[in-house]
Design a binder for this molecule. Sequence first.
Ligand code: MG
Length: 389
Amino acid sequence: MNLAVYACDPVLSRGRRVAQAPAPTRTEYQRDRDRIVHCSAFRRLVYKTQVFLNHEGDLFRTRLTHSLEVAQLGRSVARSLRLNEDLVEAIALAHDLGHTPFGHAGQDALDECMAQHGGFEHNLQSLRVVDQLEQRYPQFDGLNLSFETREGILKHCARASAERFEREEPGGVGRRFLERWQPSLEAQLCNLADEIAYNAHDIDDGVRSGLVTLDQLQEVPLFNEFRLQVLSEYPQLQDAMQGRRLLYESIRRMLSAQVYDLIAATQRAIDADPPDSLDAVRRRGPLVQFGEAMRAQSRTLKIFLLGNLYRHPTVMRTTGLAKQVVRELFAAYLSCPREMPGSYMKRSAYPGAISERAIERTVADYIAGMTDRFAAREHERLTGARLLP
Ligand code: MG
């Protein structure tokens, strides 16, 4: 691969927390990606909600298919910009590993339960999964990933958490939040690939669910521009029976436009003053970016999805039930920790916990790792009430 000078080069990686001999046939980032694909948290993503609860339909995105789409978009942009595709893929596949069951509802409920115990944040939890919670190697906890992959996973981090990371791992993944440095371009890219992916697939899933209609989408300029373009080229798609083709073709063009815009705007920003190394990238402002017009259009789309899909009364109703499941599970395990598997009781300490051995953190880890359906079943087993199918 012909990498740019400002791309992450696996040969120059800052390495793993526990030193390991290089693999004979794979680069360090390929090895990270392989470890992620083989870990159990990754497999559980298939039964975790993105927006729609897992039981609501087989065709909606799950965390797994979302992560695959982010990886696809990210790699394709990385290739154009001569960034490291393997690293982008590793970060993209791992970026949602810390998500709770039931999407943001689960995360919000767990964060409330943990309010007095260091809180809960899915992004920190993703790092915690790969650093500590996966237990599959004899020599270390977690997956012992490269610094650059871990840096990319830790997308945001409050100051207090960054200070804790810095105490545990001086000069490590917490440092950039204290110094206000940027992460690698590969990490910056994953954030935007995430956004492009969910904006597009949430339109698709929204229409599929019947909660959002093609007519409503006409108020979103970014979508409507391509809908009109498609209709003028293929007038036969006016037919209501052809609605799916019209939707897919409009989304496809919208996705491509965002990807090309991202590549062009980022390349412009790089060319204006090319960084001569990864270190130079870290000390700049964010370089991976949309052009101004696309940024505004993307924001309008997000606002539309928030108002019309994420806060749709039907979504909110299941959201309320999902929160109740999480709250009641938390209370049940807290009052009777032996209901959790024995291995959970021996988990290592969490740097974010007020008390290093806080039982609350163990309970949060256990619940966060659950799939939607396992959480619903456990809730029924412990409370006798069936809140979700
Ligand atoms: Mg995501």
